[in-house]
Design a protein around this ligand. Structure first.
Ligand SMILES: Nc1ncnc2c1ncn2[C@@H]1O[C@H](COP(=O)(O)OP(=O)(O)O)[C@@H](O)[C@H]1O
Ligand SMILES: [Mg+2]
Length: 393
């Protein structure tokens, strides 16, 4: 076959793949080459390549892709994807802060060290595959951790939202997974499978069990086929749904948890920054955010900061900050507060230290008398007795 110079890069990649015994790389690029040949009118040559690919079972996926005109290159390298299964980003160190307890930090450092010293570790036969599983409740910083790692390694982050992968490509999930992983192998990057349980939670799901089990098998095969220095991070809120075989594929597993008091203080201080008042009741803030995730704290800070900016204040209003925190926590606990009166009763009950009658009156632009009426639920003062009488009539 007389190879034109313009195809030399594919030929070299195919060669690379073959030499590295990386069949998926070789076949993907062969598929791409076939496509290019076809485009330039070399139908016969394209057909020969595709026939050869079709004969190798493992090459099926890529050959089909090529036949569909979906090439390997069309993964969203430049943000223009036909698939929308991968999002490419380049998080930077300065804007990606992560606040985790020191024990977690040192486990993350272990993972980073394993990646950074991979070659030497491998020579010493002490390398672990660069596979990290992050698990824990929502909003505890799993996605943030993936960004942080990519930033630390100065590599692009390829984020795959596994739930969209499976719902939009039911029946084709395995093929799609393959494509994503092949792509990750070609570029030096961090492959991040977010909402991983969507893929890896085979059992106890109401979806077609056979379909999902096939997905799990494909997932295992794909993870196994990755070269062990390909950096793979997966994150899940539901680790109990993970198939044990999938779980075992990850050499590093880090549980993320709700922030402890120390972390909460750091988060509050960092996220409020210059918008904190000098005399802010940090202790109370830390104590009353016990059940809050990092994400919730961030949301509360952002909202309070926004209000400050919009109303032209240099700092957040502490009362407003506490109110937002209280209401956010109520929401998480499923408490529904529809009226100002309900909010007043809830806030007073939630944190008496902050929500004095006067504070509530200020917040809700009413008098302490009105607030106290609301708090007493109308049972202990003249006004409401009158009301009751009128209701009884
Ligand atoms: N430990 C943390 N350190 C820094 N920021 C955090 C932390 N936890 C949560 N956040 C903030 O909350 C937001 C949501 O967190 P995220 O990483 O998406 O949580 P998860 O993926 O665990 O649901 C992030 O954008 C981040 O700014
Ligand atoms: Mg997340």
């Amino acid at each position: 076959m007389a190879t034109k110079m313009e195809n030399i890069s594919e030929v070299l990649k195919i060669l690379d793949g073959a030499l590295r015994s990386n069949a998926s790389m070789a076949t993907s690029y062969a598929g791409l080459l076939a496509e290019k040949l076809e485009e330039s009118g070399e139908r016969q040559q394209a057909r020969l390549i595709r026939e050869r690919l079709a004969r190798a079972p493992s090459a099926l996926a890529s050959a089909q892709d090529a036949a569909d005109g979906i090439s390997f290159n069309s993964l969203p390298v430049d943000g223009e994807s036909r698939l929308h299964t991968v999002d490419v980003s380049k998080p930077d160190v300065d804007s990606t802060t992560l606040m985790v307890p020191d024990a977690i930090e040192s486990r993350l450092a272990d993972f980073l060290a394993n990646v950074e010293h991979y070659e030497n570790l491998q020579k010493a036969q002490a390398a672990l595959p660069s596979r990290l599983l992050l698990y824990g409740p929502p909003g505890t910083g799993k996605t943030q951790t993936a960004r942080w790692i990519a930033a630390r390694l100065n590599l692009p982050l390829l984020t795959v939202r596994c739930d969209t992968l499976i719902s939009s490509l039911l029946g084709q999930t395995s093929r799609n997974l393959r494509r994503v992983m092949d792509y990750a192998e070609q570029t030096t990057s961090v492959l991040f499978l977010d909402e991983f349980d969507a893929l890896a939670g085979a059992r106890g799901n109401e979806r077609d069990v056979g379909e999902l089990q096939r997905v799990v098998v494909a997932l295992l095969q794909n993870i196994d086929a990755l070269s062990s220095n390909t950096i793979l991070i997966a994150a899940t809120n539901h680790e109990q749904l993970l198939d044990p075989a999938v779980w075992r594929r990850f050499s590093f597993r880090i549980p993320m948890s709700l922030p402890d008091p120390n972390m909460r203080e750091k988060l509050w201080r960092h996220l409020l920054g210059d918008y904190a008042t000098k005399d802010l009741a940090w202790k109370v803030l830390v104590e009353y955010s016990t059940d809050a995730s990092g994400a919730l704290i961030e949301q509360v800070c952002l909202d309070a900061k926004r209000t400050a900016v919009i109303t032209g204040k240099p700092t957040v209003d502490p009362l407003e900050l506490f109110r937002r925190l209280g209401l956010a926590l109520a929401l998480v606990q499923g408490k529904i507060l529809n009226t100002s009166n309900q909010e007043i009763v809830y806030l007073r009950d939630w944190c008496r230290t902050i929500f004095s009658l006067r504070a509530l009156a200020t917040l809700y632009s009413s008098s302490t008398r009105q607030v106290s009426t609301i708090l007493n639920g109308g049972s202990s003062n003249g006004n409401t007795q009158k009301q009751r009488k009128s209701e009884a009539k």
